[in-house]
Design a protein. Structure first.
Length: 92
């Protein structure tokens, strides 16, 4: 999606031996959001490549840390592409 920033939910999580994607610490979340160029006033739309798999977890994480404006892209990347949404490629 044009203008998107990649957020790695495996990287921005507290490691746990049997349960993946545990909620990051407040400091880890804040540092990761800042590194992605996301401030408290930045509108955020989350999506994933499968349609609706990991995006709700990220939505919940942003809401948990008090981000006021976060939404899930209905249908994720597959729906965006199907509808002809603007795309660009960049670093992974």
């Amino acid at each position: 999606v044009k203008g998107a920033t990649h957020w790695d939910i495996d990287e921005v999580a507290v490691p746990h031996p049997s349960t993946p994607h545990m909620m990051p610490s407040p400091a880890q979340f804040a540092a990761s959001a800042a590194a992605a160029g996301i401030s408290h006033s930045t509108p955020v739309v989350v999506y994933d490549q499968l349609g609706l798999f990991s995006a709700p977890r990220l939505w919940f994480t942003f809401r948990h840390f008090g981000h006021p404006e976060v939404a899930v892209l209905d249908g994720g990347l597959p729906a965006w592409e199907r509808e002809g949404g603007e795309m660009e490629t960049g670093p992974e």
